[in-house]
Ligand binder design. Structure first.
Ligand SMILES: Nc1nc2c(c(=O)[nH]1)N[C@H]1C(S)=C(S)[C@@H](COP(=O)(O)O)O[C@H]1N2
Ligand SMILES: [Mo]
Length: 402
């Protein structure tokens, strides 16, 4: 059965509601009215219920309950596809080819060969859509109206891309490494989804061709049997169901590189440059901006006025590491340093917590802001851009002490 048919069957077979948990998940998603009205928790085959943003192609975000642990469970990991034809691939049939004008040899691997012939490497890394939180943009911008859940953190295991490229051999003029996946457009008028990264990022020891996610084979929806993992960079480069790797001596030119996934130059604190794709005014989006999420309490929740309230959350950035997280419980007038939890590496979610005793009964505004090892902090005001990328506005929730 094709996944598309499976998806339609889910659509027709009914919505998966889990009673009160669904209602609380929706309330906890904390999206503005209008966004929440149209959203539903629905299950894709093999997944627990996720927040549906679109069916065709499937765009589903993780609900708040997915962020209670440092590693996001595979069956709650968000799903984002640009194109509608998404074949289910039998691992035994899958082949990955490596070629291109600037490759010395042409190679082709089976999954077994990829596992056997290259030393396995692991990295814990956040996979976050460039447009995560786009739905919170004010003014509104078009695109998938993501809330807080177009992201996840996993332990990825696979072959290092650089080991595979070393075997293929890079010519002196190798400039970019391009990826294509098995998915395709239903009509020839839609451009195929292909992406490239600069050679220097492809040769980074943390850039992987991953065949495991949290110790399991990748779920179909997240790129089975293998995907590219580009730690620190937004998920647009993390090609799922990758079937082709090409070594280019010219910039890859297609809609997904030259039109989409670009940000205005100089507006964001970008360090990693993608020089061969820069234009005068714009540059491809590269590393994620520093950000944090409050995972407890939920927006609108009631907390006991007479006891300690423990605020918990996650923080992450583009791979410099989290220096500190500060929490305010007085609408941003004063800030206290939160305690950082387990460190699974600089590309991972970093948990944090802060405990306080409410001063009085009533409304409390809780805010959190992370600062990374470079000293860059989340922003108070949205850095507006048309596609709604890089939203790291300090989150603000309201709880009721009673
Ligand atoms: N083959 C393929 N890979 C892809 C995409 C796609 O449409 N097709 N979308 C990219 C984008 S924009 C995102 S946000 C991530 C989503 O990863 P996930 O579905 O595993 O959460 O996959 C990336 N890799
Ligand atoms: Mo994305």
């Amino acid at each position: 059965m094709t996944s598309r048919r499976a998806l339609l069957q889910t659509a027709l077979g009914g919505i998966v509601f889990g009673g009160t948990s669904v209602i609380s998940e929706l309330a906890r998603a904390g999206l503005p009215q209008g966004t929440t009205d149209s959203e539903r928790l629905e299950a894709l085959p093999g997944k627990r219920p996720l927040l549906k943003r679109a069916y065709r192609p499937p765009n589903f975000e993780s609900p708040p309950s997915a962020f209670g642990t440092i590693l996001t469970p595979n069956d709650q990991f968000f799903v984002r596809w640009h194109l509608m034809n998404i074949p289910e691939i039998d691992a035994a049939d899958w082949r990955l080819t490596v070629d291109g004008e600037a490759a010395t040899h042409e190679l082709s691997f089976s999954l077994d060969q990829l596992r056997r012939d290259f030393e396995p490497a692991e990295v814990v890394a956040v996979c976050q859509c460039s447009g995560n939180r786009r739905g919170l943009s004010d003014p509104h911008v078009p695109g998938v109206q993501w809330g807080y859940g177009a992201m996840g953190n996993a332990r990825w295991r696979g072959a290092r891309l650089r080991d595979v490229l070393a075997k293929a051999g890079l010519a002196k003029d190798a400039l970019e490494i391009a990826f294509d996946g098995a998915d395709g457009p239903p009509l020839e008028t839609t451009p195929d989804f292909q992406k490239s990264i600069p050679v220097w990022k492809a040769m980074d020891e943390n850039t992987l061709i991953a065949y495991e996610m949290n110790g399991e084979p990748l779920p179909h929806w997240n790129g089975h049997p293998a995907r590219i993992v580009v730690p620190g960079w937004t998920a647009t480069y993390w090609m799922k169901k990758v079937t082709s790797i090409r070594v280019l001596n010219k910039p890859l030119q297609n809609f997904w590189m030259t039109t989409a996934y670009r940000i205005p130059k100089g507006k964001f604190p970008q360090v990693d440059r993608f020089v061969s794709q820069e234009s005068e005014a714009t540059t491809p989006i590269t590393e994620m901006v520093v950000n944090s999420l409050i995972t407890h309490p939920a927006d609108g929740q009631r907390v006991p006025a007479a006891a300690m309230v423990v605020v918990t959350g996650l923080a992450w950035d583009g791979g410099y590491g989290i220096r500190h997280v500060e929490v305010s419980v007085d609408e941003g007038r004063s800030w206290q340093t939160a305690e950082l939890g387990t460190n699974l590496g600089r590309y991972s979610f970093r948990p944090w917590q802060y405990a306080f005793r409410p001063r009085a009964k009533g409304r409390i505004v809780v805010m959190a802001r992370a600062t990374n090892a470079q000293g860059t902090t989340q922003v108070d005001e949205l850095i507006f851009n048309g596609p709604g990328y890089h939203n790291n506005v300090v989150q603000r929730i309201v709880v009721e002490a009673a």
